[in-house]
Design a protein around this ligand. Structure first.
Ligand code: SAM
Length: 237
């Protein structure tokens, strides 16, 4: 295993304040920066999450942000009860306006390190682009293991550290283009410089899978997503 650097949150970065600050322009920045591919990633990951779960699953979305994932879960499984948890209240507040009338999505201001839910209460949990921000990743993943039923499934979307730096995505796109676009749209340069820095400090796919096993997931798969494995889907049960 490589020498892991502490995450930025572990080193004291104010992740909650940062997301509260960019909440107003978060969706716009996301769409421009990903060219809409984040929507495709969420759809695919959520289809996998819900596979064979029945019509009325109880599903957690951890780090739900402005609720794109939680709303997609409710769209794909209209009978699902979705709990959308995030510690940045402003992100949830922005997201609540987008919840369709018939969707069962409840928002909870909660920290992923200490979730306010009973053991085994969810049939499945989803988390998109959140776990890289945790100050204590092992604790956050253990919380996911605790609240999801042993027969349940967890699907995580994340930008894992590439094993070999990719010239275009790491040196040009993430390091230069994204911070510039993020600054233009949100006015917050620091928040979008945080992105490449946090990826560089994060775990690679094998390291991440190993940690998932350490916290008690027996089956862990990692699937690099188009294009160039820039994002990874982790499926664990
Ligand atoms: C990059 S955003 C992703 C939002 C959403 N999942 C999406 O796909 O657009 C990361 C989210 O994780 C949340 N987050 C980060 N650390 C967290 C923690 N310790 N507890 C709860 N939420 C956290 C942030 O507030 C933010 O809303």
């Amino acid at each position: 295993m490589s020498e892991l650097q502490p995450s930025l949150a572990e080193s004291g970065a104010d992740v909650k304040g940062m997301f509260n600050r960019v909440a107003r322009r978060y969706d716009a920045a996301n769409r421009v920066m990903s060219g809409g591919i984040d929507i495709v990633w969420r759809r695919k990951a959520i289809a996998r999450l819900l596979q064979d779960l029945g019509d009325t699953p109880r599903v957690l979305d951890l780090g739900a942000g402005t609720l794109d994932g939680a709303i997609e879960i409710a769209r794909q499984a209209p009978g699902a009860e979705v709990a959308a948890a995030d510690f940045a209240r402003e992100m949830l507040r922005r997201g609540r306006r987008k919840i369709p009338r018939r969707a069962h999505v409840a928002t909870h201001a909660a920290d992923g390190h200490q979730l306010p839910y009973r053991r085994d209460v969810f049939d499945a949990a989803f988390s998109a682009f959140c776990v890289r921000n945790l100050a204590d990743l092992k604790q956050g993943l253990s919380e996911l293991r605790r609240v999801v039923h042993p027969a349940g499934r967890v699907v995580i979307l994340e930008f894992l550290r590439p094993e070999k730096p990719r010239f275009f995505f790491d040196r040009i796109w993430n390091a230069r283009v994204l911070p510039a676009i993020g600054r233009l749209i949100t006015g917050d340069r620091a928040a979008y410089r945080y992105l490449p820095e946090s990826i560089a400090r994060f775990r690679s796919a094998p390291e991440f899978a190993e940690l998932m096993r350490e916290v008690g997931f027996l089956n862990v798969d990692t699937e690099p997503l188009f294009p160039s494995g820039v994002a990874t889907m982790v499926v664990a049960s």
